[in-house]
Design a protein around this ligand. Structure first.
Ligand SMILES: Nc1ncnc2c1ncn2[C@@H]1O[C@H](COP(=O)(O)OP(=O)(O)OP(=O)(O)O)[C@@H](O)[C@H]1O
Length: 268
């Protein structure tokens, strides 16, 4: 359902080339719920932007739901839902209900189907009390429920979640996670979750992709990830250990010593 084959993305900043993502290859099958982890600046957002068609890869190939995201953005929009925890896709000044109605029109969701889905979301995410409230007046937890509803109204096959529980209190977090787990399992939705909250990962995902310095550093089960640090007592310790090790790894290989008539130099 999600395929990356040697995908890479560079940016040129003041004539310097930044390799945000390099040679990324992985596959996510239909119905999998996969976490994407990595330290700050590892390349997670760049990866998500390539998967959702916001950025075009500068090398390699990406397919989501059988489509090239950057070339088929409109077609992809019908098959994918995206939640950016730090940004809203809703209309700030409109009541939540009107924002959702606009999304219904954009995605051409049948009015009756929309009403059924919205009723279901109201039950599961307890939206009823604030559907008439302008988005700018919603609490973070309410806004996040609205954003998740907006991402699922067209029943996408693929859901990309970028820090969907950031800033939520423990109860709201548990409710949002519970909803996502049940709803995505019922519908067979394929989910890629990016987060720094490891309890999200433990509760939702069996498989983890770890991106480090723009490369795929680990692809396996959560148990496999734990096995990389046998002495660690929690997933936080495992990941802390990995991230600390990554800080001591150079981002790019050091330049090869330049040969001189007397032999290699630059090592003294
Ligand atoms: N538009 C851009 N122009 C230049 N460099 C960029 C751009 N976007 C990202 N980068 C660089 O690419 C690298 C990866 O950034 P990215 O935002 O993908 O990391 P991240 O894993 O999402 O980090 P975080 O967890 O902090 O959000 C960083 O070195 C970043 O500075």
């Amino acid at each position: 359902m999600i395929e990356a084959d040697g995908a890479g993305r560079t940016f040129t900043v003041r004539r310097r080339v930044v390799h945000a993502v390099r040679d990324l290859s992985f596959r996510v099958a239909a119905g999998e719920f996969v976490a994407c982890l990595g330290p700050n600046g590892a390349g997670k957002s760049t990866t998500i932007k390539m998967l959702t068609g916001i950025l075009t890869p500068t090398s390699g190939r990406i397919r989501v739901a059988g489509l090239d995201p950057s070339r088929r953005r409109t077609a992809l929009a019908r098959r994918i839902g995206v939640v950016f925890g730090q940004r809203t896709t809703l209309w700030w000044d409109l009541p939540l209900r009107d924002s959702l109605e606009l999304i219904r029109l954009l995605y051409k969701v049948d009015r009756k189907v929309f009403r059924e889905r919205l009723d279901e979301m109201c039950d599961l995410l307890d939206l009823g009390g604030f559907l008439a409230t302008p988005v700018r007046q919603l609490s973070l937890g309410q806004r996040m429920r609205g954003d998740i509803t907006a991402a699922l109204l067209h029943d996408p096959a693929v859901l990309v979640l970028d820090e969907p529980t950031i800033g939520l209190d423990v109860v709201s977090k548990a409710e949002v996670r519970d909803f996502l787990r049940r709803r995505c399992a019922e519908r067979g939705t394929t989910v890629l979750l990016t987060t720094h909250d490891l309890s999200d990962v433990e509760r939702l995902c069996r498989r983890v992709l770890l991106i480090d310095h723009g490369r795929l550093a680990f692809d396996g089960t959560l148990d496999g990830l734990r096995a990389t640090a046998p002495g660690a007592t929690s997933i936080e310790e495992v990941v802390t250990d990995l991230y600390l090790r990554s800080r001591t790894t150079p981002r790019t290989p050091p330049p090869a010593p330049r040969p001189t008539p007397d032999g290699p130099s630059g090592t003294a």
